[in-house]
Design a protein around this ligand. Structure first.
Ligand code: GTP
Ligand code: MG
Length: 179
């Protein structure tokens, strides 16, 4: 179909979670197709854009907000969360404490942002660094997701490009249904 007839949507998607879990790496992998083993800490927040031709009538501009792990529950998070339509909470399979922190991130998110009609934001959980610790999935994750209306969870690897596209597609689908 000619571009002129396409509907164009802008989705702001948040990527949150503790420091060093791989938020920036996941976004870089998703938006640019690259990965680096170097850890460059994110200060404040960063952005990336990815355009997807979802179907013949729909183009989606995904604005990924990469929130610094160290910004945790800082006064700025509510500013960063504003107008978001979906969120991914990331933890690091090699550091169990980062899974414990997922519930704090979720509470912070649910406290500070909801959709215009009052519905909660669709949220997915990404268990990252699956290339090194896929066998370390916390046993409570399934129950945690059910209890907290998490859409789905995935073992991801930014390094090996595992599951990132499917996880993001699922989140976009949820956001589309809320349109
Ligand atoms: P902050 O900006 O401090 O909040 O951290 P972050 O969550 O953005 O983490 P970042 O993406 O910078 O990754 C931290 C470190 O983990 C880097 O050294 C990455 O190379 C590494 N890393 C990220 N994802 C993966 C992965 O899937 N597998 C492996 N093996 N390492 C990863
Ligand atoms: Mg970062």
């Amino acid at each position: 179909m000619c571009d002129l007839f396409k509907r164009e949507l802008l989705f702001k998607v948040l990527v949150i979670g503790d420091f060093g879990v791989g938020k920036t790496s996941i976004i870089k992998r998703y938006a640019e197709g690259t990965f680096s083993t170097k850890y460059k800490i994110t200060i404040g927040a960063d952005f990336a854009l990815k355009q997807i031709d979802w179907d013949s009538e729909t183009r989606i501009n995904i604005q990924l907000w990469d929130i610094a792990g160290h910004e945790r529950f800082g006064y700025l998070t509510s500013v960063y969360y504003r107008y978001a339509v979906a969120a991914a909470i990331v933890f690091d399979l090699t550091r169990p404490d980062t899974f414990v922190a997922v519930s704090k991130w979720l509470n912070d998110l649910r406290d500070k942002v909801s959709l215009p009609h009052g519905k909660p934001l669709p949220v997915i959980i990404l268990a990252n660094k699956g290339d090194v610790a896929a066998n370390k999935v916390p046993v409570q994750i399934e129950e945690f997701c059910k209890k907290n209306q998490i859409v789905s969870w995935y073992i991801t690897s930014a390094k090996e490009n595992r599951n990132i596209d499917s996880a993001m597609n699922r989140l976009i689908l949820e956001a589309l249904e809320n349109q």
